[in-house]
Design a protein around this ligand. Structure first.
Ligand SMILES: [Fe+2]
Length: 399
């Protein structure tokens, strides 16, 4: 695969088309009723989300130069040609609740609008011969690449939606597997984190600036915790032991009164099953635990006398240990609150990272529903610690 951060020309056009084809494949088999379920947290109406991702690409790729309006929202010099208005399709401006009330374009209308938007965006991909160096090339491709990754992220969000609403799994999506876990002893050292100045291609604002830091020796799991390992914690009464649920975790546990992960149940023989989209499946040996939040991950660690890795430990191990297996399974919780690297400056799409500093938790890796393009050891995902509707798991580190 071409380096996804450095896509240009025909390869970038092909990636934009592939991402759009995936977007449609994730929603087009659903009925009109499934497109508009009753309102719930963490779920957007499908028509709004489709229009939003196409609006986003048009806004950033075709409508510049950009600035900020008097209210602080992103502003584009040119008016929308395909999808607007900005007040409805900019997620920063249009609250979640409103998305359920506003009348949205029909499926057929969306198909037309989005096809026209995509072709115009592809037609505007810069000509390869225009650049003297990689910096110029990267600057000229910034918004095409940003829009591509943004659409990939919404593709994953459509998968969460289908899982949350117990719709059938998208075609070709299978239950992930993880290898048998073998602890890895990592020798510490000084390492450059984030997107380095010698790295070429697209960087998310939160990967910049790169910095150097020292990591001590540590021992880390080679693979995410399996569902069967997690079941041992559940069966040991881990959800009922207040020692494993300090402060915020305890509040979450009390609110939901769970004795096991929310998407688990026991079958008639007393064995654990996990809900995988619209069906229940028995826990299998190689299955990672999925849909656990940061509190559940921490509780397991307290029970197992282990801890979660820091984001730095994760990146260091993923970058330097061949045995470290990651990606295509689950997003992995870390101990870190999501925050900017020292000297952080927001990118043009200022709403991507900065509003979530401090109140979200950092995750690393990549899930079975995450497009391969998004997998990168430098990539920092972030969710609120209580989220268990997303494709999250974790691995542990020795105390
Ligand atoms: Fe978005």
């Amino acid at each position: 695969m071409n380096n996804p951060r450095q896509l240009s020309g025909q390869n970038l056009a092909a990636a934009l088309r592939a991402s759009r084809a995936r977007t449609w494949a994730l929603v087009d088999d659903l009925s009109d009723a499934q497109w508009l379920p009753s309102q719930q947290r963490g779920v957007n109406p499908i028509a709004w989300e489709l229009a939003h991702l196409a609006w986003f690409a048009e806004f950033w790729i075709l409508r510049g130069p950009h600035g900020r309006d008097a209210r602080g929202f992103a502003h584009a010099a040119l008016p929308p040609q395909f999808i607007g208005p900005d007040t409805i399709f900019d997620s920063a401006q249009f609250a979640h609740g409103q998305r359920w009330v506003e009348k949205m374009p029909s499926r057929a209308q969306l198909r037309d609008m989005m096809a026209n938007q995509l072709e115009a965006c592809i037609a505007s991909i810069p000509n390869e011969e225009n650049f003297h160096n990689s910096k110029e090339r990267d600057e000229a491709h910034y918004f095409h690449r940003l829009a591509l990754f943004h659409e990939d992220m919404h593709g994953e969000a459509f998968c969460w939606l289908r899982a949350a609403l117990a719709y059938p799994a998208p075609a070709h999506l299978t239950i992930p597997t993880v290898a048998v876990n073998k602890p890895i002893s990592v020798l510490g050292g000084t390492f450059g984190f984030g997107f380095k100045s010698k790295d070429e291609g697209f960087a998310f604002d939160n990967e910049l600036p790169s910095f150097s830091a020292t990591v001590s020796d540590f021992e880390i799991d080679s693979a995410p915790v399996s569902a069967r390992q997690f079941a041992q914690f559940v069966d040991a009464g881990g959800y009922g032991n207040a020692n494993f649920w300090p402060s915020q975790a305890g509040e979450w546990r009390a609110q939901y009164g769970l004795n096991h992960p929310q998407r688990w149940r026991r079958n008639s023989s007393g064995e654990w099953e996990m809900r995988w989209f619209d069906r229940w499946v028995a826990l299998a040996d190689a299955m990672p635990v999925i849909h656990v939040n940061a509190f559940e991950a921490q509780a397991y660690c307290l029970w197992a006398k282990r801890r979660l890795p820091s984001a730095r430990e994760w990146e260091f191990a993923a970058s330097s240990c061949a045995e470290f297996q990651w990606g295509r399974s689950v997003w992995e919780w870390t101990t870190d609150a999501f925050d900017g690297y020292p000297g952080f400056e927001p990118g043009p799409y200022r709403e991507y990272s900065q509003p979530w500093f401090g109140n979200h938790r950092e995750l690393r890796g990549g899930a079975f529903a995450t497009d391969a393009r998004m997998h990168d050891v430098r990539y920092r995902n972030f969710f609120e610690p209580h989220r268990n509707d997303v494709f999250t798991g974790f691995r542990t580190v020795a105390l």
